[in-house]
Each structure stands twice: as C-alpha cells, then as structure tokens.
Design a protein around this ligand. Sequence first.
Ligand SMILES: [Zn+2]
Length: 133
Amino acid sequence: MTDSEHDITAAERDVVLRLLEPRGEHAAAFRAQLAGARVRSSCECGCPSFLILVPVTGPRSTAPRSESTNGPLTDGYAETTDGHAIGLILWQSAGLLCAVEIYAYEDIGPFALSDLVSISASDRSDGPPTASP
Ligand SMILES: [Zn+2]
C-alpha cells in the first residue's frame, strides 16, 4: 500500500458510486464531489481502504456540499474473487465524502480493490439486505 495521494481512479470512483446507489437522488451532491476528488490510502494493513479528499478551496472547489448529516452513509457488501465476504462503509464529514472503509470478516491478508466483485450497498437506515449470521 502506498501513502501517495492521487486523483481518484475509475475503480475507486466506481466503488463510491456503487455505495451511493441506495441513496438515489439524495446522493447527487456526493456524486458531484467525485469530479475533483483526490484519494489517499488510509490503511497499513494491506486492505484497500481509502480517504476521499474533496477540495473545498481553490480552483477544484466546485463541489456542492450535501445537506446530509455527518457519519456513515451506506454499508456495502462484496466478495473477493476467491469467495471471502467483504464489508464496506462509506463515510462523510460535514456534507463531504471522506472515506471508504473496507474490511474482511476474517483474516484473509492483503487484498486490493480489484479483487472485489459483486459490490452492493444498502442505506445505513435500512440495515443490511440480508440477515447476518
Ligand atoms: Zn486495513
């Protein structure tokens, strides 16, 4: 994993858009923030969690803030290509996207964003789509 900051990649944008899906039109402001967003890895353990840096000043600061409150936006679910269950949480702060937390339910060692398949999401207020064991 690298600490270097970079423009959000297509793969990272894809994950965020997938996680915003259950929010429907209420996520319009968050989607708009992806245009100028920068990304930095937020983890040392080998998981692909990342911070989303939305510019609020300067020439890239056209992003509107959402009226939503702070905290987690949605819960995501995915599998790795070799079948392990993965959880994702999309976080915001003060109406701006701020992080995607990605975790395995068991210790599976390092994995990458590109190892994730079947990403789905549910609104935090709706609970998970299926009952957890
Ligand atoms: Zn990690």
